[in-house]
Design a protein around this ligand. Sequence first.
Ligand code: FAD
Length: 248
Amino acid sequence: MNDWVKAEVIKFKKWSNNIFSIFLNAKIKPFIAGQFAKILIILNKKKIIRAYSYVNSPENKILEFYIIIIKHGIMSNYLSKLNIKDKIMIKKNSFGYFTIKNIPKCKDLWMLSTGTGIGPYLSILSKKKKIKKFKKIILIHSIKYLKNLHYLHIIKKIKKIYKKKIIIKITLTREKKKNFLHGRLTKLLKNGTLEKKIKKKINNKKSHIMLCGNPNMIKNICEILKKKKKMYKKSKNKKGNITTESYW
Ligand SMILES: Cc1cc2nc3c(=O)[nH]c(=O)nc-3n(C[C@H](O)[C@H](O)[C@H](O)COP(=O)(O)OP(=O)(O)OC[C@H]3O[C@@H](n4cnc5c(N)ncnc54)[C@H](O)[C@@H]3O)c2cc1C
């Protein structure tokens, strides 16, 4: 049985008008880094359930979620207005297969994200036990503006843990800044800029690509990788070099 359990808001961080992080205390079962929770609220006697990826590593018992407020979105607006000590419900067991265990061993693991899609990677890479399965990890975080780099504090910690084993690049889609990539992931991949800047070639024998966030980005990147690199989505019963987590 996967019951709902109470979750209490213990901290709240408003990053901007439409992005926040919420920190919860709840007696959930241990989850695997990369998984997501299901959150339940009751509004006008109607149950509303949405999925949210954990940002915290499984060792950290404070549950952290990085959330964008959707215009007219029921759950995101509701959560954004909660106060400390308010209670919501969360599923005791977590969900999803966007985990390192499900990625085949290879040379380079590419972790690509848009916006709040950075969450599962932060959880995976903050774990005390370092990932040894890959020679190099490349983390790419696509945001609109530099001011949207809310999780720099954790990114810095990850860099300290993984040192030369990880390459981290931020791409800004709406402004140009020195030392940052500029443009959408799709464009950077299609025109070869991403590989050029990282100084690594994506290869269907040596690389695996994780994609998290905007479903249009995921669809377009899968098409580019299929065309340019003969890379395909991995599923439970099918081998492949792309693993995805689509947020809508
Ligand atoms: C596996 C999984 C993990 C998720 N993890 C997160 C997370 O960590 N953080 C998070 O903010 N959302 C996450 N989501 C999305 C989340 O479940 C909700 O869909 C979102 O909060 C909107 O709910 P709502 O009731 O406010 O809006 P709804 O009325 O349900 O509006 C849904 C619409 O909002 C848009 N939308 C949904 N999510 C996003 C997003 N992240 N960025 C931009 N537009 C979006 C889409 O247009 C979608 O059709 C995840 C979804 C899935 C399936």
